[in-house]
Ligand binder design. Sequence first.
Ligand SMILES: Cc1ncc(COP(=O)(O)O)c(C=O)c1O
Length: 372
Amino acid sequence: MQDILFNDFARQWEDTRVEMLAAFERVGASGWYVLGREVVEFERALAVYWGVNRAVGVASGLDAIEIGLRALGCEEGDRVLTTPVSAFATTLAIVKLGAVPVFAPVDRYGLVDLAACDDVLRARPEIRFFVPVHLYGHALDAEQIGELRSRFDLKIVEDCAQSIGASFGGAVCGRAGQVAATSFYPTKNLGAMGDGGAILTGSEELGARCAEYRNYGQSAKYRHESIGYNSRLDELQAALLAVSLKKLPGWIERRRTIAKRYIEGIRNKAVLVPGPPPGSDSSWHLFPVLVQAEKKPAFFRWMRERGITTAEHYPKAIFDQPAMRAVAYENVPGAERARNFCHEQVSLPIHPYLTDEETARVIEAVNGWRAE
Ligand SMILES: Cc1ncc(COP(=O)(O)O)c(C=O)c1O
């Protein structure tokens, strides 16, 4: 029996290779490899898909967050409210600017607790920046984010690295703040064949500022307005991503079908399935479940013995990462509870090329586990 992988890029390649090779051929023949037509066209298509005025292709999701924050005026010493349960990159983007992450509590889905954020922001008027993360493909409540934005005059970069295609009560994620950031890391719902990311914004002015930053701070050839970055999305990646973007709605539908089957099929008292937060039409980048921390190694072993790859997102709260010892950060009261969530969290395989039989095998394996 074939192992069930966490992602199956070989199957994806099989499905997309003809169009991918044509895209490769086109870029190769064009003789133009950085910031050309492919990037412009992909940015345009992505902006239409997302329903925003402007998309700016950059080198990674990390850079998209950092550049987005910087375009909003975030600088050394600024406090940035964010979540301790995310990819390390969310915090890294803040720290790279010399700003100070302020970690908020998370809810039972592992998402930043927006009601708790409201309390923090009331008590701490000096906090002017917020980086909420739409984790696992779940969308946070856009209305609540919008209320925080106006009530506290916040500058917000929404981390949508995992949530392209997700919405909350019909509101597409990433449009409640001034800026959204996404990632095209290969495992993402829209993945490149390498690194990439994008900044999304409704503001032409912010979009232009981000586009300047990504290209050495240039406003025109050899005119440098600011100290920028080399953070450009490659032409080749843009051409490949344009192929995948057409597939994305179907891929997300498949993820939703698999998630539904997991939610309906998993019946094991020792494996808690939080499901999507009420109101979220999730794009299911990951499928998180919770098992008791001390039973987790046995669960991993059980699944591995049945040829099923599982993962953790994330094994440690960000404030517990060794790198954080070297930088300033703050935990607001209750943030430490994120530790318990991380210790219990397990991700089951979910990707568009997972077959019905494999989905059933995962359900059967989970249901057959006894937490002795
Ligand atoms: C929530 C989140 N934020 C940020 C990032 C960073 O993206 P990248 O790996 O493209 O830098 C990732 C992906 O790794 C992510 O999952």
